[in-house]
Write a protein that binds this ligand. Structure first.
Ligand SMILES: NC(=O)C1=CN([C@@H]2O[C@H](COP(=O)(O)OP(=O)(O)OC[C@H]3O[C@@H](n4cnc5c(N)ncnc54)[C@H](OP(=O)(O)O)[C@@H]3O)[C@@H](O)[C@H]2O)C=CC1
Ligand SMILES: O=C1O[C@H](COP(=O)(O)O)[C@@H](O)[C@H](O)[C@H]1O
Length: 578
């Protein structure tokens, strides 16, 4: 799948050969006033939701999610505007490999439908499902419509839209290592694409041990010969540094780095997208963003359910690989990186790599491991992790972990970054909590008693549920006396913004279609991330460290409190204030 694209000139019928290196700063040039698609437009009055930026179906500037122009490219130095996706000469085919699976049903098809519903997909798009399960096109459509519990399913015209969407959905059954089956898929794709320029996106929604087979077959037999070919790769990207490097090496036999879109769906979450906006466009925050004012930062993920059916996958990975090494570390990198030169994908990813490489690899003494055990409450009983029939007996895989991480650079020297992630806890929540230092010489010290921690400012970004940003401040309780309390300056999204928040997969699929790489993981980022966790994971596994058991539905093992206390930190989520 070489990196050559052929694009039609907007104004003529000639065809130009184009290589990605001719992108200006990696970003295609603006194509203005062409009949382009209703992709995202830039508007200063930005409100959550990618669709609010859509202005009209025709004649507007097309912008990627970083606010830069998309949908058109420059041909070397001649700045000739070219349409990429938007005109009738182009098609986009999205093939979901592993279409019969859980992720495809739960997330990918619903996200594609939501994008279609919002008129965000290109005019000429088709969706193909591919997996071993035998299904007809009609059966795939039934499967999709039965499992489409997406955010738009109660909205106006949903059924009509669904019918139109399903008309564009097709299926091909085959093995993941069969070049012949992918050649048949190619024929079917060509038939639907007609003689238009074909752009193809493959989504690898299959277990990672068959990624390379599928990429080899897709690349050799079903890549586009006239437009671009891109592949979205789901996690896990390996189990450690070595296997991740091995996977990347194998994928790169068939794909260039530019064609690989390594997805981390946490990067598509609304509040994670907002992190840079909050930090870099508010004078009140950026000057505080360092060891001078921030005492510690906490990245917390909790789920109130166990592995439930995914134990087979989970047991091979554990919570550190499943959540910390990717989702939480990605957020940490965005939180702590230096100001990028621009919001271009490469500028942002360069800064993320730099900060990841300034971090100390995790030390076993700064890590707590836990595993949930069975628990009964009234008439209800909750299973232990090891009761899951897909989990091997006696497994010591952690379902909970807490860890302290440090960044050895001038901005963050000495600041503990705490991560906590667990399954089968008391609540489902993901948040970032920033605890600020005590006010020096605080005039109101005596009003707080001896516990100054209770009076520190805390900024909370709640990623889910109920997206919110709130800042805990000290405030005078109204009245004649001088009593202080801690109150919240609270930006609760559902109270402030009307539209629903798109699912992370919608944003990321749209970005992959648009060629916007900012929210996907580059291979050097991945290396840096694995380099931090691999020594710890090896040591844990060699020493067979037994996890501390915690009851299903509890707040996790008590060891997490000791770890925090060792670094002079209190978990903000356990303060009982929210
Ligand atoms: N499910 C989720 O919530 C999440 C999943 N992921 C990742 O996304 C990918 C897909 O996940 P998910 O849909 O849950 O996976 P599934 O286990 O449901 O697998 C997807 C499809 O792959 C095929 N398949 C499964 N096992 C094998 C095997 N051993 N050999 C060959 N084919 C197989 C099956 O299709 P058929 O038999 O029809 O060929 C199955 O329907 C994985 O990499 C996973 O780690 C990432 C984040 C969340
Ligand atoms: O990647 C994963 O994420 C999900 C949690 O995603 P969310 O968007 O629902 O918070 C987690 O359940 C799963 O174990 C993990 O593989």
């Amino acid at each position: 799948m070489g990196g050559q694209l052929r694009l039609n000139l907007c104004s003529s019928t000639s065809v130009a050969t184009y290589s990605p290196s001719t992108f200006h700063n990696g970003t295609p040039y603006l194509c203005k006033k062409f009949n382009v698609l209703p992709f995202r437009t830039n508007s200063f009055n930005w409100v959550p939701g990618i669709y609010s930026r859509i202005q009209s179906r025709k004649h507007f500037e097309v912008m990627s999610s970083n606010g830069f122009p998309l949908n058109a490219v420059s041909l070397q130095d001649e700045q000739v505007p070219l349409t990429e996706l938007g005109n009738a000469e182009n098609t986009v085919s999205i093939t979901v490999i592993g279409a019969s699976g859980d992720l495809a049903k739960k997330k990918i098809f619903p996200a594609l439908f939501a994008l279609f519903y919002e008129d965000c997909l290109p005019e000429n798009f088709i969706v193909f499902g591919y997996s071993r399960t035998k299904m007809s096109d009609e059966e795939l459509r039934i499967m999709i419509s039965r499992t489409l519990t997406c955010r738009v399913d109660q909205r106006e015209n949903c059924e009509d839209k669904m019918d139109h969407f399903l008309e564009r959905c097709f299926y091909h059954s085959g093995q993941y290592n069969s070049e012949d089956a992918f050649a048949e898929l190619d024929c079917k794709l060509k038939e639907k694409e007609g003689c238009r320029v074909s752009n193809r996106l493959f989504y690898l929604s299959i277990p990672s041990n068959i990624f390379v087979d599928a990429v080899r077959c897709a690349s050799l037999k079903a890549s586009s010969t006239s437009g671009w070919t891109r592949v979205i790769v789901e996690k896990p990207f390996g189990r450690d540094l070595e296997s991740s490097n091995g996977l990347t090496r194998c994928l790169k036999k068939y794909l260039t780095e530019e064609q690989i879109f390594r997805i981390d769906h946490y990067l598509g979450k609304e509040l994670v997208e907002n992190l840079s906006v909050l930090r870099f466009s508010n004078l009140v925050f950026e000057p505080l963003w360092s060891r001078n004012y921030i005492r510690n930062v906490q990245f917390i993920f909790s789920e109130d359910f166990g592995t439930e059916g995914r134990g087979g996958y989970f047991d091979n990975y554990g919570i550190i690989r499943d959540i910390m090494q990717n989702h939480l570390l990605q957020i940490l990198a965005l939180f702590t990186m230096e100001t990028p030169v621009s919001m271009d994908a490469e500028d942002i990813r360069n800064e993320k790599v730099k900060v990841l490489r300034s971090m100390r690899p995790l030390q076993l003494e700064d890590v707590v491991l836990g595993q949930y055990k069975g628990h009964s409450k009234g008439s209800m009983s909750y299973p232990a992790y090891t009761d899951d029939t897909t989990v091997p007996n006696g497994s010591i895989t952690p379902t909970f972990s807490a860890a302290a991480l440090f960044i050895d650079n001038a901005r963050w020297d000495g600041v503990p970054f705490l991560m906590k992630a667990g399954k089968a806890l008391h609540t489902k929540r993901a948040e970032i909590r920033v605890q600020f230092r005590h006010v020096p010489g605080n005039l109101y010290k005596r009003n707080f008693g001896t516990d100054l921690d209770k009076a520190t400012n805390e900024l909370v970004l709640r990623l889910q549920p109920d997206e919110a940003i709130y800042l805990k401040i000290n405030n005078k309780v109204p009245g004649l006396g001088m009593r202080l309390d801690r109150s919240d300056l609270n930006l609760l999204y559902k109270a402030k913004y009307r539209g629903e928040i798109p699912d992370a997969y919608e944003r990321l699929l749209l970005d992959a279609i648009e060629g916007e790489r900012r929210l996907f993981i580059r291979s050097d980022e991945l290396d840096a991330a694995w380099a931090l966790f691999t020594p710890l994971l090896k040591e844990m596994e060699e020493k067979k460290i037994a996890p501390e058991l915690y009851p299903y539905g509890s707040r996790g093992p008590v060891g997490a409190h000791y770890l925090a206390a060792k670094h002079n930190v209190r978990w903000g989520d356990l303060s009982g204030e929210d």
